[in-house]
Ligand binder design. Sequence first.
Ligand SMILES: Nc1nc2c(ncn2[C@@H]2O[C@H](COP(=O)(O)OP(=O)(O)OP(=O)(O)O)[C@@H](O)[C@H]2O)c(=O)[nH]1
Ligand SMILES: [Mg+2]
Length: 293
Amino acid sequence: MNHKAGFVNIIGNPNVGKSTLMNAFVGEKLSIITSKAQTTRHRILGIVNGDDFQMVLSDTPGIIKPAYELQESMMGFVKSAFEDADVLIYMVEIGEQALKDEAFFNKIKASKIPVLLLLNKIDKSDQAQLESQVQEWTSKVPNAEIYPISALEGFNVKEVFNRIIDLLPDSPPFYPKDQLTDKPERFFINETIREKILMHYKKEIPYAVEVDTEEFFEEENIIRVRSVIMVERETQKGIIIGHKGSALKRVGMEARKDLEAFFGKQIHIELYVKVNKNWRSNANQLKRFGYNN
Ligand SMILES: Nc1nc2c(ncn2[C@@H]2O[C@H](COP(=O)(O)OP(=O)(O)OP(=O)(O)O)[C@@H](O)[C@H]2O)c(=O)[nH]1
Ligand SMILES: [Mg+2]
């Protein structure tokens, strides 16, 4: 039996629905999703296994012009996704114009590997707008195959999935067939807590936050974790904690609920808030949090 396997890397502007699509393909909530830009900060693998194929998807951060070192590192993840792709998924959303970075955009247009341009969120559009957008993207990226989709509602998702399988090269699997991702358990705890922070805090706060799970003990019936929420300034610490700790408590409760569903086990989370001055611009701190590329 022939076996197909390859890397399918999803790139695009912030907030277009890249993580939503990867989760839909994998059937698990590997990547956090929020309505805010720059939700994803890492390159996250989502592996879909079949008897005769292995699709190694990569979710990546949305493309931006980096303003500080954390963002530089995020764009490093995007760069790496260009380098090893067998199929490139370029996701745009209805109404969007071009990539925020012209060099990346030119790379897509000059790509020697197959490019699937997914025009996402068509549930928010009408037929006339859709047709004009498809025309526009056909002329902008002539080397791409264009698919209008709704990652959220599942429209055309199966069709795209099947097309990717067609395009995968013959190859043995790269990962064990029961592996779902490259990230450890602690990563999903950090990310779920960060998702709640993105959802409940305003303006700069979520962008100044990093979460680090310092302890992870798995027992037969329960997982016990201790996680630190890092902020850049003392004032941010107060905001995260909230009146009598109420804001922090909500983060912990909501994260626990999601993580119990994810791990299929009871979870106990202890949350701390710590000031870690300017961690976003500190190379050593960034390395510690896995942004070393
Ligand atoms: N209406 C609609 N909304 C969608 C669709 N796909 C994703 N969204 C929403 O768009 C927002 C961003 O989705 P994400 O999947 O986090 O987007 P992303 O591209 O991974 O964003 P970054 O990680 O910040 O780059 C969320 O509120 C999603 O629910 C879609 O097909 N239709
Ligand atoms: Mg994302």
